[in-house]
Design a protein around this ligand. Sequence first.
Ligand code: UD1
Ligand code: UDP
Length: 369
Amino acid sequence: MIAVVLGTRPELIKTAPIIHELARRGSPFALIHTGQHYTPALDEIFFRDLELPPPAVNLHVGSLPAAHQVARILTGVSDALEQLKPRIVLVQGDTNSVLGGALAAHKLSIPLAHLEAGLRSDDWTMPEEGNRVLAGRVAALHFCPTELQAARLAGEGILHGVHVVGNTIVDASLRFAARSLEISTIFERLELGGRPYALVTMHRPSNVDDPQRLAALLDALATMARERGLELVFPVHPRTREKIRAFGLESKLAAPFRPIEPLGYIDLLRLLRGTEVALTDSGGVQEEACTLHVPCVTLRPNTERPETVGVGANALCDEADAGRIGAFVDDMREAPRDWKNPFGDGHTSERVVDILLNPRTRLAPSGAP
Ligand code: UD1
Ligand code: UDP
């Protein structure tokens, strides 16, 4: 049996294709939900949209200071694993749920498979950088989206169990983007009426936890959009919503912003397909924009997805300045969109499950001889 530990929105999205593939093959699995995300708009709606089975266990850890959150996840996942006795534990990405789940598997000597392994921003101010490096260190299987991550792992001395398989975000976004064209009613609900808009998502602490930075970014985006006659459709992450409230910045969400609740996957993909450009600090949105041939401007100084920049699908802009953001937006809107997707062909989940279920797959920790 394979235990899938997950806890946040992107983990639900990126493990969904694996879960569907395990189910399709009749291979037993159990979902251990940490409860890191719990607001229905970040959690429940994804079980519906992605057609996921309910978790076997939900730890309901909720929002806590990072060390407490990881500790609760570690002990909770450990208890669940002792009951479930899986052959392999699968985690995806770089959240606190990943670190807690990885440590629990490690402490119980259950082989850990890390999906989306080897990504590095080299920015240790990001909470995710430590999580992904530490999870990688104890994993037995490393599922890398591209050769770039395999090379990074090799540079860290991780040579065994490394498989370049693509990214399951391609499987998920292609499948559900097609579905969203059939069933999403988001354009009607927002009464967009064919007007040009840009989709904005932001939740990284580096952008939203500092009041000056957040205020400057909101101002810059608004000015940039006004100058170009764009609306800014902005599904606001709860972290960002809380910071906007705490810093008294609500008035900055006036037009051209269209602040809305976080969206389910079906509606998000519909909006992403129709946007002039995606303005984001999200990892997943960078990958989806690249997959769906939508230009993206990433509001960060770095990215652990440099492939998107390399193929011309994404540009990095860290300056909270309307002129600078606008220049990148103009460039990206004008550039050709015929790039090749570096993240695979939409069959990553099949490759991953082939490896997970192959009895000959080596399951020793990466450091073992
Ligand atoms: C987390 C991940 C981040 C990932 C993001 C996906 C870590 C360190 N961060 O960031 O890598 O990109 O999820 O969205 O694991 N909150 C709610 N409802 C929820 C969850 C959170 O209201 O369901 C609010 C709480 O006020 C909480 C804040 O959002 O304190 C931040 O939540 P947290 O899970 O700590 O980090 P995210 O910013 O969501
Ligand atoms: N997403 C969504 N609804 C939203 C915002 C984002 O479904 O309102 C999806 C998005 O398409 C992507 C994932 O959530 O697949 C990204 O999650 P997030 O930005 O929270 O985390 P990150 O990818 O940065 O870790």
